[in-house]
Design a protein around this ligand. Structure first.
Ligand SMILES: C[S@@+](CC[C@H](N)C(=O)[O-])C[C@H]1O[C@@H](n2cnc3c(N)ncnc32)[C@H](O)[C@@H]1O
Length: 284
């Protein structure tokens, strides 16, 4: 019964809920496709035990906890190109050039980056654009960046692999980037083939036993916040294992390293949530 009633949410009911969320939480639901919004709200309605939308709205009115859960459910796949600009400026100014120079100095062929929890691909493609820009027109250094992008949501990964986005989703790109890295198609804007070959998308649950190794940089932004403290430590240990000594870990702006990992990492930038894996001689 419950499943039936919640799956029958009308467009009008959904609209009313979207308005309530905007009014009371200043959170714009216009960013979501209707089908996505319906799926997520339905899932929260079921999990909360509310029989219909009226009961769910009463629950929201009395429970701050339910608000938190609803927003978390809605934002679970949210992403954008160059999300959190200052982090990307830091990458462009400091981290990227240092990483490329270090590789060249050591005569190593590849910079290996893991975008963990990549959603529909905007983060790994932003990395591909940034490193292509840093490499300038030198085709050797462009080919030398390999990005592994993983997520456990297969729908998101399918979109990421296609590399096809709406014009609105492309808002984070400059005109120059649009011209260099994308092409217009009848049903949207597609990432250029050269860029797509820099990224390998892979289905991966961060709690599975599959491991990544020999990474120079791991980005896991706006993913840990959905996990419990214990789960966060587990996943952070995985990143420590995946990184080369001296490799970099970048978390989301509202996430931070857990004390259990202080032996493994040193801070590089607190503001940008950048950490570096200790070298063996730097053991704490
Ligand atoms: C809010 S998005 C973050 C996307 C991107 N990193 C960013 O910051 O814009 C969170 C992503 O984490 C993924 N995710 C959540 N739990 C996961 C897990 N256990 N294993 C792999 N991916 C997971 C979700 O599917 C979602 O795509």
């Amino acid at each position: 019964m419950l499943v039936e009633s919640s799956s029958m949410l009308s467009d009008k009911e959904l609209g009313a809920l979207a308005q309530k969320i905007e009014r009371e939480r200043d959170f714009d639901c216009g960013q979501f496709r209707q089908s996505y919004f319906r799926r997520r709200v339905t899932s929260r309605l079921r999990a909360s035990g509310a029989g219909d939308l009226g009961a769910y709205i009463r629950l929201l009115d009395t429970s701050g906890d339910e608000w938190t859960k609803l927003i978390a459910t809605l934002t679970v796949n949210v992403t954008e190109f160059f999300r959190d600009r200052s982090t990307w400026e830091f990458l462009r100014r400091e981290i990227g050039p240092q990483l490329l120079a270090k590789k060249q100095r050591r005569g190593q062929s590849f910079v290996r980056i893991w975008s963990a929890g990549c959603s529909s691909g905007q983060e790994p493609y932003s990395l591909a654009m940034l490193f292509s820009e840093l490499a300038g027109s030198d085709p050797r250094s462009l080919a030398a960046v390999r990005i592994t992008a993983t997520d456990y949501d297969r729908d998101c990964l399918a979109k990421a692999k296609a590399g096809l986005y709406s014009e609105n989703e492309m808002a984070g790109l400059s005109r120059g980037q649009l011209a260099r890295f994308t092409s217009s198609e009848p049903d949207g804007v597609r990432m250029a083939r050269g860029l797509r070959t820099m990224v390998r998308f892979q289905h991966l649950d961060l709690f599975s036993s599959v491991e990544q190794r020999m990474m120079d940089m791991v980005l896991c932004r706006n993913v840990l916040m959905y996990f419990t403290q214990e789960q966060q430590v587990l996943v952070l240990k995985k990143f420590a294992l995946a990184l080369n000594p001296g490799g970099l870990l970048i978390l989301g702006k509202s996430e931070k390293l857990k004390p259990e990992l202080y032996d493994e990492f040193v801070h590089v930038s607190l503001a940008e949530r950048v950490y570096r894996k200790r070298m063996p001689e730097e053991a704490s």
